[in-house]
Design a protein around this ligand. Structure first.
Ligand code: ADE
Length: 224
């Protein structure tokens, strides 16, 4: 997979060079190309925003630098083009999995009060939100989406970290995990996990998943 990102704040994406995602990029499990929209501004001061027609507070990102940047990174329209916005479809594990099957993704990150609507109407395939709250820009939302999507790309997770057994993969929240020591500050690991009886362990874990999901997210059980 190749992921294109268009942003006014490319340095924010340096944090994707850390940890699991950073290793995957180094190992070329997927490609990430971050483009500074400002580099495409034809304005002599590299301006990328202007006052909204009709008045109102804040500034709006102008279409020229964004559209020229998009034309440059995706001239043949091979990418699924996504604009990060609280107005978009809410990201879920099933949407993450669906997006992970795309060959080419392009994320456009907005800032200020928004992006000129003509960019969205003419260039964008879908709008994506990461939840019902408003961020100062699309960058953090974009990184959340990339992190979640990349986990489904072959070779990004080690075999021990597979996406099969985690929260949401079977529609339930994850069971609790324990490691050494067996007694930590007087708190003991549940006996069943030390029993060596895999059937019993599996049964306990499944029951814990049900218990925690019922307690915290009963809506997930209704969906099943
Ligand atoms: N930009 C600002 N808020 C956002 C959100 N919740 N999701 C995606 N993009 C955003």
């Amino acid at each position: 997979m190749k992921i294109e990102v268009l942003t006014l704040f490319p340095k924010m994406f340096e944090c994707l060079n850390e940890s699991v995602i950073g290793k995957a990029i180094l190992a070329e499990k997927f490609k990430l190309n971050v483009t500074d929209i400002r580099d495409f501004s034809l304005d002599k001061h590299k301006k990328c925003d202007d006052y909204p027609f009709g008045g109102g507070s804040g500034m709006v990102m102008t279409p020229q630098p964004i559209c020229d940047a998009i034309d440059n990174v995706d001239p043949d329209r091979l990418c699924k083009r996504i604009f990060l916005s609280p107005k978009g479809e809410t990201l879920s594990q099933s949407l993450v999995e669906k997006l992970s099957k795309e060959e080419n993704l392009l994320f456009l990150c907005g800032h200020y009060e928004g992006v000129d609507q003509r960019v969205i109407d003419s260039e964008i395939d879908m709008e994506l939100s990461i939840g019902d709250y408003v961020l100062t820009g699309g960058e953090l939302a974009c990184m959340v989406a990339i992190d979640a999507i990349a986990r489904y790309i072959d070779g990004v997770l080690g075999s021990s970290e597979s996406t099969n057994e985690e929260s949401f993969s079977n529609g339930l929240l994850e069971y609790p995990q324990y490691t050494r020591p067996q007694n930590f500050r007087g708190m003991l690991v549940p006996d069943v996990l030390l029993s060596g009886n895999h059937q019993e362990v599996d049964k306990w874990r499944y029951n814990e998943q049900l218990r925690i999901t019922k307690e915290r997210r009963p809506d997930l059980l209704e969906e099943k």
